[in-house]
Design a binder for this molecule. Sequence first.
Ligand SMILES: Nc1ncnc2c1ncn2[C@@H]1O[C@H](COP(=O)(O)OP(=O)(O)OP(=O)(O)O)[C@@H](O)[C@H]1O
Ligand SMILES: [Mg+2]
Length: 324
Amino acid sequence: MSGRHTKIISVGAAVQDVFLSNSPEFKAVSERPDESFIQLELGAKADVNNITFSTGGGASNAAVTFARQGLHSIFMGTIGHDPAGMAVLNSLDQENVDTSLVSYSHSYKTGYSVLLLAPNGERTILTYRGASTHYHKKDFNLEALDADWLYVSTLSGNLELLYSLFSQAKARGIKIMFNPGKRELAQREKLVALLEDVDVLCVNRDEIQQIVEGASLEELVRHGHHYCPVVIVSDGPNGIVASDGKTIVRAGMYHDVKVVDRTGAGDAFGSGFLSQWAQGRSLVESIIFASANSTSVVNHIGAKTGILPKGVKLHHMPIHEKSY
Ligand SMILES: Nc1ncnc2c1ncn2[C@@H]1O[C@H](COP(=O)(O)OP(=O)(O)OP(=O)(O)O)[C@@H](O)[C@H]1O
Ligand SMILES: [Mg+2]
């Protein structure tokens, strides 16, 4: 199976992201990562020398990876009737993402974030979640749809909706990749029950530690395996560990890039993985592409700018595979 014949529905948030950067006012007050912050004086007017209009939201970012890789990519999520919603739709249209499953909120505006980017690539985000946190079951109906995969990012802790989606998908033979958010992770018992239907679980180190116990990434992946057949755990620049139950793969950094903006790193990694895995590529091949995709994304402002086009030439990376 390959290319346009592979159909993936990305479910979750789509928002407008506005990046403000290159400001002498956005310098970190402390160098210690755990207590570093941008301090803005009340009543002051801070000059900003760069503005980037972009769109984000986990599912809309993922949908763009799938489309750029030449797959049939469908976005399913809720926006408002407003200029930010138009920006979201335009960006998805331009990228060849199918928007026929987009729903509209009558009560909430499209999610909107202002991101204050510090020179080291870290950022402070002011976010209005709006329509991307108020979902209605009727808008997430898979009836009469055929697809190979469902890529699900956070649904804002709405586990009832996730349960309904997952059971519809399973009844229709659609596979599921899940990248839960903090509001799902906060409800561990219910979340674990949902994982039974998940084919690929993709989380970072902090997130998997909210699901299972374990000290090393490998131990965490092995324990995650009690719930899902494929488990991938990323740990930022420290690399990733993944397993499909046959082998365990450990990978380092694809390459050491300047982190300009880390927004969308996790989305680019997860969707980069599925864009290859769904086409029958191996665990190692899928992880190399995922790593290349996310490394490119952190090197650009915006969650979508650096997403790799189809056919891009990849280079080697530190990666090691052993049997499970
Ligand atoms: N500083 C970095 N340099 C190079 N690549 C990076 C860096 N940070 C992240 N990446 C790439 O992005 C991938 C995912 O990053 P990370 O483990 O931070 O995910 P995450 O915590 O889920 O991110 P997000 O906050 O976007 O959800 C990493 O596996 C790596 O390939
Ligand atoms: Mg993440």
